[in-house]
Write a protein that binds this ligand. Structure first.
Ligand code: ADP
Ligand code: MG
Length: 262
């Protein structure tokens, strides 16, 4: 049985039956970092919610390592843009509660110790006892990442997790995510939604582009840049520019099709 996240012939529509996703076939090998690009409204978040087991397809199958996805699972951690930390709990308690879900037998002191270790990993050692409202947006997203890491899920589903951050914080969190992902053995399987081409090229092993109305996969490109990427050198390279241009053209052509169809 292949170790992979898989969608086969997935169709999805909401109650009004307008097709949102159509005939999506995608296999993501375990350990791959896939970035999902697409214009606004193309169905990226919907696709991620299907993978999370929060919504279900009209037709088709989704599976992880051959097991059908029938609901949320500790196998698949999620990080959304609007960090969902409990506002009435300190940061460390937010993480400890996630650990309690993953390891119900762990004692309280153990949970707290692990939660602190997760927070150190994301650079929040000075915010352990603080409440979410006391943190900046960047710090809250770090805490959301810490919580996802605390679950030790082999799959991480991320929906524009850095979309609301300023460019400096965004770059820092991209680097943090890569550092964590590159050092873990085995590596997590990541599906990362973004509409920022540079972010997708910097992070991903592969870029999948979702076209609009209805959402279909319109491009699937390997990103072969060697790992431990150096941001400046990569962004200056001719290969980066060529790939960037080709993806931008694909997205622009899709937007045009959407406008003509409207
Ligand atoms: P993206 O994340 O790519 O911007 P979404 O997956 O959020 O796209 O949305 C895809 C399409 O589904 C959009 O046309 C959106 O209006 C529609 N949609 C999203 N959520 C709902 C919902 N709860 N009910 C009906 N339509 C929805
Ligand atoms: Mg979205």
């Amino acid at each position: 049985m292949a170790s992979e996240l898989r969608l086969e012939g997935v169709d999805f529509s909401y109650e009004d039956a307008t097709p949102i996703l159509e005939k999506i076939d995608l296999a993501v090998p375990a350990g791959q970092f896939v970035c999902l690009l697409g214009s606004s409204g193309s169905g990226k978040s919907t696709l991620l919610r299907l993978l999370a087991g929060l919504q279900f397809p009209r037709h088709g199958r989704l599976s992880w390592n051959g097991q059908p996805i029938t609901g949320p699972s500790l196998d698949r951690g999620v990080v959304f843009q609007d960090y969902a930390l409990f506002p009435w709990m300190s940061v460390v308690d937010n993480i400890a509660i996630a650990i309690g879900k993953a390891q119900p037998k762990a004692r309280k002191a153990e949970r707290r110790e692990q939660a602190e270790a997760c927070l150190v990993k994301v650079g929040l050692e000075n915010a352990i006892g603080q409440y979410p409202f006391e943190l900046s947006g960047g710090m809250r997203q770090r805490a959301a990442i810490a919580r996802a890491l605390a679950l030790c899920s082999p799959v991480l589903l991320m929906d524009e997790p850095f979309g609301a951050l300023d460019p400096t914080n965004r770059a820092r969190l991209q680097d943090l995510l890569l550092e964590i992902w590159e050092t873990e053995v085995p590596r997590k399987t990541i599906v990362f939604v973004t509409h920022d081409i540079d972010e997708a090229l910097y992070l991903g092993d592969r870029i999948v582009v979702l076209g609009s109305t209805p959402g279909r996969l319109i491009a699937d490109l390997p990103v072969g840049f060697p790992r431990h990427r150096e941001r400046r050198a990569l962004f200056d390279s001719a290969e980066f520019h060529a790939l960037r241009e080709s993806i931008a053209e694909t997205l622009a052509a899709d937007t045009l099709r959407q406008l003509v169809a409207a």
